[in-house]
Structure formats: structure tokens, C-alpha cells
Design a protein around this ligand. Structure first.
Ligand code: HSE
Length: 298
């Protein structure tokens, strides 16, 4: 009547895929314990790692759990323990990991009444509490694994996209906080047609590159001409990190989700580790503290 789960970190947007593309990391994530109780309702009983609200209605994990609870109206309640490793506001899907973990765990304990798309649908409610708008580009990869493309939110349609075997990601997280809601507020409501053309050409090519394992095409398709020009201003030394990554062999780089984390892709783990060293030097020369991760996409 209890399940312990690992809820993974994710990278949303992936340069040219704002709000629709994302992928799941291998080893970085939160742990959660979900327990069935005779006391009805959703009760968050423990939170370690970061200071987050215990009231279910105010907690991302609680809100998605309540969405599922209200839908199924079970004859029991649930306790949720959250052991958070992913720092809120870091740009690697901290709120999505919380939103997904509670519904995934409850679904297992109830005998899996819901499929992955339905679980994503419930978790959108939790994610919306954090970012003040509905999007599923972190949630879908956390639930489905690998790369996912959110084709539409209404009706929710998620397409799993293959990940080439040798594709590795290096992430650097400068320890400044960027709130997703604020990083969304600075984006223009309209884009120029020429930019839209460049963006969808890149996006289609990136998806084709992922399907065919064409690392050169992936590398040539990672430009984001719509969102990055605005959000990169929020991240100190962004251009320096990107340049260092490309010079040390990365296929490309971009803002992870709404930042401040920056992701880079490499063909092979050795290059991914060289990229880690090169981009660490950029923040190493400043007063900004940072973490780095090298991961496969899983
Ligand atoms: N697609 C979202 C954004 C991801 O960039 O605002 C962050 O939650």
C-alpha cells in the first residue's frame, strides 16, 4: 500500500521546440513515497530538500494528485512524501517532477486505471500552479521517457520521439532563480513570419534528425530565433557558455526550459564530459555558483 518512486528531471523546449518538445534525463530527479490511507483526501506529510507548501491545494504535487483524486473518487486517501533534489526554478522540470510523481504513484497503487496520456492530463493542473499557464513539455517526457512531442493540449496528444543511441546531454545550472511565469511574460505575443519559417524548418529538421540518428542534422537544427533572443538576457554569460560548448565539440546548446539551466548535446559521452569541463570554466571564473550534469536521455 506504499510505493517509492523516482521522478525524473526533464529538459523542455530543446531550442526550437518551445512548449512542445522535451526529453527526460537519466539519473537526476526527485524521490517520492505515495501511501494509500483509510483517511480520505490528499495529505502531504513530508517535504525534504526545499521549503514548499504542505497544503495540497498550494503544492504542485498536491494539485495534480487532487485532479486525479476528484476524477476517480476512490474509497481511500493518499499520503505523499516528497524528497526534492531538483531545485525549484532551475529550469530542469522541478515542478513537473513533483506534478508527475504524485499521480504516477497513485495510479500504480490503484491498479493503473489511467494511461500515460491521462496521467499527463492530471499533472498539467499541478504544473499550471507553478507556471500560471498550461503546458506539458516537461510533464510528457517525465511520464513517457525519452523525447516527447506534445502535438496538442486539447485534446492532449503526445508523440514519443526516438533518441539516437549516442546522444548525451550536458547541463549547467548557474544558481540564480528564474521564475517560469516571469520568463514567459517577457516573450512577444507575435512573431515575424520570417522567424516562424526559420523556426519550423529547424523544428521539423530536428525531429527528422532524431528519427534518423543524423547528428549533423541535429546540430544544424538547434537554433531558436524566437525565444532564445529574449530569455538569454536573463542568464548571465549565456553566450560565453554556448560558445565554449560549441568549441569543445558540442552539437549545439540552448536554454533548458525557461532557464537558467543551459543544455548542450554531444555525440558520445567523452565529448559530453569535455563540454562539461569547458562550460564549467565559464562560471568558474565568476562568483556565480553552479552545478553540472552529464546524462543520457532515457
Ligand atoms: N515550455 C516552458 C517554458 C517550459 O519555456 O516556459 C518551462 O516550464
Amino acid at each position: 500500500n506504499e510505493i517509492k518512486i523516482f521522478s525524473p528531471a526533464t529538459v523542455a523546449n530543446v531550442a526550437c521546440g518551445f512548449d512542445v518538445l522535451g526529453f527526460c534525463l537519466d539519473t537526476i530527479g526527485d524521490e517520492m513515497v505515495i501511501r494509500k490511507t483509510s483517511k480520505k483526501g490528499i495529505h502531504i506529510t513530508k517535504i525534504e530538500g526545499f521549503d514548499l507548501p504542505y497544503e495540497a491545494e498550494l503544492n504542485v504535487a498536491g494539485v495534480s494528485a487532487l485532479a486525479m483524486y476528484d476524477a476517480i473518487q476512490p474509497d481511500c486517501g493518499f499520503e505523499i512524501e516528497i524528497y526534492k533534489n531538483i531545485k525549484p526554478g532551475s529550469g530542469i522540470g522541478s515542478s513537473a517532477a513533483s506534478a508527475v510523481g504524485s499521480v504516477f504513484g497513485m495510479n500504480e497503487l490503484l491498479g493503473k486505471p489511467y494511461n500515460k496520456t491521462e496521467l499527463t492530463q492530471f499533472s498539467i493542473k499541478g504544473e499550471a500552479l507553478a507556471s500560471q499557464c498550461e503546458h506539458a513539455d516537461n510533464l510528457a517526457p517525465a511520464i513517457f521517457g525519452g523525447f516527447t512531442l506534445v502535438k496538442s493540449l486539447s485534446p492532449l496528444e503526445v508523440l514519443p520521439i526516438p533518441s539516437p543511441d549516442n546522444l548525451y546531454v550536458t547541463i549547467i545550472h548557474p544558481q540564480i532563480e528564474i521564475k517560469t511565469a516571469e520568463a514567459r511574460a517577457i516573450l512577444p505575443k507575435q512573431v515575424a513570419l520570417q522567424d516562424a519559417i526559420t523556426q519550423w524548418a529547424n523544428f521539423g529538421s530536428l525531429i527528422h534528425g532524431l528519427h534518423t540518428g543524423d547528428y549533423g542534422l541535429i546540430s544544424r537544427s538547434l537554433d531558436d530565433v524566437i525565444v532564445e533572443p529574449h530569455r538569454s538576457k536573463l542568464i548571465p554569460y549565456y553566450n560565453e557558455v554556448k560558445t565554449a560548448a560549441l568549441q569543445s565539440g558540442a552539437l549545439g546548446a540552448g536554454i533548458s526550459g525557461s532557464g537558467p539551466s543551459i543544455f548542450t548535446f554531444s555525440n558520445g559521452i567523452e565529448t559530453a564530459k569535455q563540454v562539461e569541463i569547458a562550460i564549467s570554466k565559464v562560471y568558474g571564473n565568476t562568483t556565480i555558483a553552479f552545478d553540472t550534469y552529464v546524462s543520457k536521455i532515457n
